[in-house]
Design a protein around this ligand. Structure first.
Ligand code: PLP
Length: 369
């Protein structure tokens, strides 16, 4: 489905980190934080052990706790909801826009009017395309609600000329191996707010205080640190950031060119408000009525792996057990979630592979019930 893009430069920097004396909290960590913050045009970057850890810190930094209600999307990876379920807060789901697959401002406005109180807005930029942050930002500002941006899938993307990660009080990028940029495991919280940055730094490091006393703990914290070897990998990846995104642009464009003549599917659409895509995955939508499971099985038989995602969070078994049967509550989310299919996608996917996938997909669609 995916493959990391690692060159000799990454190997060189990781090897250099290994020859140093600080395998955690060394100079490459700080360099990586600076590079990541720059991508969002943010003043502070706090590197953490995963994107999930970063989202959890953002929630803790804003003191979102028991009883709080967070307005967010169910068309996402579970981490964007788990991060506040950990703290006893509850989700209020709004529906998504059928083009960006991100929160639809009209649905968010409706929730803000009729489902109060709301403590925070947590938009998720899925598949590398930002939400309509112009609309969402105006709504949150009008109600004085802080935004946490889940930009884990959208590093480098831009909405209306502004980078993903620059709209929220805090935003999070993630670096799992299938992401555009990887540190193996890792994430970065970015923010312009010095106080929030300080709290995130403390929380990631066992709640330590600002002073030199290593055994001074001023709050309940975690070990969410990112090691120096991972940071070294991240520094090399971000040195190559433009190249990494451009390679993915090339693969996405080639897919779109090749798949344009296939009937029964729609290709990923780019909203006019999206001034930069940061292709994370290449996700098509099957026409209504086509049996997706049959297409998946047929492609698997041709050795083409695919993923039918997202399966919306409100329909997940663990979620349903706790909050009950919410089927039918989010029509666009559920419709999109039932038809989307991610194709194999990474920066070095060859033209031959794209052609192979396209042919297999064409055949699978012809045969699908
Ligand atoms: C990848 C991702 C995360 C973070 O995942 P980790 O595996 O914890 O790094 C969070 N939200 C979304 C939408 C993601 O795709």
């Amino acid at each position: 489905m995916s493959a990391p893009d690692v060159t000799d430069r990454e190997r060189e920097l990781v090897a250099r980190a290994l020859t140093g004396t600080s395998l955690s909290g060394g100079p490459l960590l700080r360099q990586f934080e600076t590079q990541a913050a720059q991508i969002a045009g943010a003043r502070h970057g706090i590197a953490v052990s995963s994107g999930t850890a970063g989202l959890h810190l953002a929630v803790r930094a804003l003191e979102i706790g028991p009883g709080a209600r967070v307005l967010t999307s169910a068309f996402s990876f579970v981490a964007s909801v788990n991060c506040f379920l950990y703290e006893g807060a509850e989700p209020v789901f709004a529906d998504i826009d059928p083009v960006t697959y991100g929160l639809d401002p009209a649905s968010v406005e409706d929730a803000l009017r009729h489902r109060r109180p709301i403590s925070a807005l947590l938009p998720v930029h899925v598949f590398g395309q930002p939400c309509d942050m112009t609309g969402l930002g105006a709504l949150a500002a009008a109600d004085d609600i802080p935004i946490i941006e889940d930009a884990c899938e959208a590093i480098g993307a831009a909405h209306a000329g502004r980078p993903a990660g620059s709209f929220g009080a805090l935003a999070v990028f993630a670096f799992y191996p299938n992401k555009q940029v990887t540190t193996g495991e890792g994430g970065v919280v970015v923010t312009n707010d010095e106080a929030l940055a300080g709290v995130c730094r403390s929380l990631r490091n066992q709640g330590r205080g600002d002073g030199d006393d290593w055994f001074d703990h001023v709050r309940l914290g975690y070990n969410y640190r990112l090691g120096e070897l991972s940071a070294a990998l991240g520094v090399a990846q971000l040195e190559r950031f433009d190249e990494l995104l451009e390679r993915r642009d090339r693969v996405a464009a080639e897919y779109s060119r090749r798949l344009a003549r296939i009937t029964g599917i729609s290709l990923p659409a780019v909203d006019p408000g999206t001034t930069r895509m940061s292709w994370f995955v290449y996700v098509i939508a099957l026409d209504r009525g086509i049996d997706r499971d049959a297409v998946v099985r047929d492609l698997a038989a041709s050795d083409v792996p695919t993923r039918a995602y997202f399966r919306p969070i409100h329909l997940q078994p663990y979620f349903r057990e706790r909050f009950g049967d919410l089927r039918g509550s989010l029509p666009v989310t559920e419709d999109v979630g039932s038809r989307t299919l991610a194709l194999p996608f990474h920066s070095r996917l060859s033209s031959e592979s794209i052609e192979y996938v396209a042919n297999a997909l064409e055949r699978a669609l012809e045969r699908a019930p």
